[in-house]
Design a binder for this molecule. Sequence first.
Ligand code: 3H9
Length: 721
Amino acid sequence: MCNCMSLHNEMANYSAEKQIALISVTNPPVNALSHHVRQGIMNGLKRAKEDPNVQAVVLCGSGRTFPAGADITEFASHLATKKPHLVEICTELDSFPKPVVAAIHGTALGGGLELCLSAHYRIASKSAKVGFPEVNIGILPGATGTQRLPRVTHLKSAIDLIVSGRQVNASEAYDLGIVDQIVDSDVVSKASEFAKSIVMRPLGPRRVSSMPVKGIEHASTIFEEARQKTIRRSRGAIAPLTCIQAIQASVEQPTFEKGVQKESELMYYLMQSGQARAQQYAFFAERSVSKWQRPNGVSYKTTKPVRVKTAAVIGAGTMGVGIAVSLISCGVKVFLTEQNQEYLNRGMEILKNIIFSGVKRNRISKSQAEKLVSLVTPVLDYGSFSHVDIVIEAVFENMDIKKKVFRKLDAVCKPSAILASNTSTLNIDEIASVTSQPDKVVGMHFFSPAHIMKLLENIYGKATSSETIATAMDLGQRMKKISVLVGNCHGFVGNRMMGPYTAEAGFLLEEGCFPQDVDQALRDFGFAMGAFQTSDLAGADIGYKIRKELGLVGPRWADERLRMGQRYSPLGDMIVEAGRLGQKTGKGWYNYGKPGGRANMRDVEVEEIIVNFSKKHDIKRRRISPQEIIERCLYSLINEGFKALEEGIAAKDEDIDIIWIYGYGWPRHMGGPMYYAKNMVGLPKVYERICHYHSIYKNSKHWIPSTLLKQMALSQSASKL
Ligand code: 3H9
């Protein structure tokens, strides 16, 4: 007889049929292990233990997935510590007198995987994935995961999985010993059948807590190598190294229980850290950006996107090709165009290389690659664009050229076609003004290389319709980008904030730093690269060419700007004029030995240019502290971020923070510039330092404090009194 029931407020259904109890977690969308779920599982286990008819238990998730982990929204509340704790449930499962089989489908992550590893058997559906992503939210698998994983798989693999946070598919999980069996379909029934077949087997050897850690022969070398690799990669984030320490306890502590105790201490240390809070904020911020809303209240909730099936990309340079790859990767047919056959052929070659590199890395099969390439039609004119749903223009960053392109597009495209510009700075309204349907014009600012970088900044102009916005946002998501909607101004949000950052980096050189000093301070903060390394990698010539066409380069322009009350450092222009374009020419701000070289070495020639410049302009060079470097580069961009918010260019802090994390390498464990300013430094301090620099550098408009920042800083100070 079936005995189904779930207690009020509990999010785990209990049923018992033919000697098998089924505990099914029901907390959509991802069955996170919130307090009511934990309570439900514990009650289910109690009933199964007490029911003499029950011989075995199957634990599963209802709907789309096995539990995907602890409920992260509870971490900041008392519910996270409300009993029963996840560790208690894991202990109960492990020591349970009747066999427990985890039936895994969807994504068994974090605490979900800890439940699986505490059960006695694990059966997964073919499409299931498992992993410990805790490190991405600044913590560790703190419900016995760091002690269990090295007992079911090899120590080295456990370190890899926990420190990287990567998810593995069912087949890799099977190879690693994490799951015992893979089934094609209906994992719960198969797990129930399996449970019936093993009721008589002894449970002792199946309890992970009593297994030895596997692969410990060279444990000290394994840990040392992992530590060194992690220090190089983690850029100041504390969670990865702490994960290693916790796994080390599985080898060094005399018992499983002592290892769990050490894991709990380390978990507590991480949970209390500002970094964990910042990373958890970033997790939800990332999910909030797709929920766009315009200042007029129109939002994603009420606007339906048009399903884009065909597109045209104008420009087969690095950017255009990257955009075309992103489009075909989500099944959109693309017409790719260039000014002449030679450029078009070169673009197609690059595109094929990108697609077929996926075959070399076993990501896709040869026939899949061929199919993807066949979605692209190279063309030399706009004749075939009359039926495309969207055109994405990626030509040279020049208003006149863009206007010419948009005039032509307006004439050939169907009225419902969306015309998107991949501009990184230019005025969308001005571009739209040459078309008869400005409501169809939108900015889609991809980051280079466009097929790899996850960020897409979508820009709406005055006339852009909400349907056009919804379509651009939807297309971004289909291309697996993180799409953020922003308003129209020079540089939009990302590059607008980048302006003061780059300017301050240049001024610091004039006043006493060398590129390596600035870059070192930024790397120590957590950026993967400093401002000058980034410039060398990207190549400084394109920006220079754009500025030069507008007459905005060099020392004369710097003098002109000073007269206008706006300081400008011409050092970047001087470096380009000295033939130092960056890595591609073997020298830029650094010396790379040869064109395309990677190792950046300081260069006396650059230092001479800098020192002579300071001398010529009577700028007294001084020693500048890393703290000042950070404040001047970062507080200036934070101030700009507040101005973007104040003007409604950015709708919320999260939008800015995600743009900086995904587009500009802001370290995730520092939350993003707005989060960092508000929660890690404090607005009164940020405001005070901005006022300080404003009092010294009156000729830099970016130090004029944002009114919004001032208001918020004052109210934060007042609330502390
Ligand atoms: C942990 O387990 C600690 C333990 O070791 C120890 C504890 C003592 N909690 O991403 P989606 C929400 S730490 C709360 O858009 P997808 C999410 O915000 C946890 N909420 O779907 C979104 O809400 P909304 C370790 C969560 O299909 C909605 O669910 N686990 C959680 O693209 C849909 O999410 C993780 O870190 C959560 N754990 O991807 C896994 N997860 O609709 C984190 C999701 O309001 N989660 N939400 O915007 C993921 O990686 C993805 O969500 C997943 C699904 C792959 C599961």
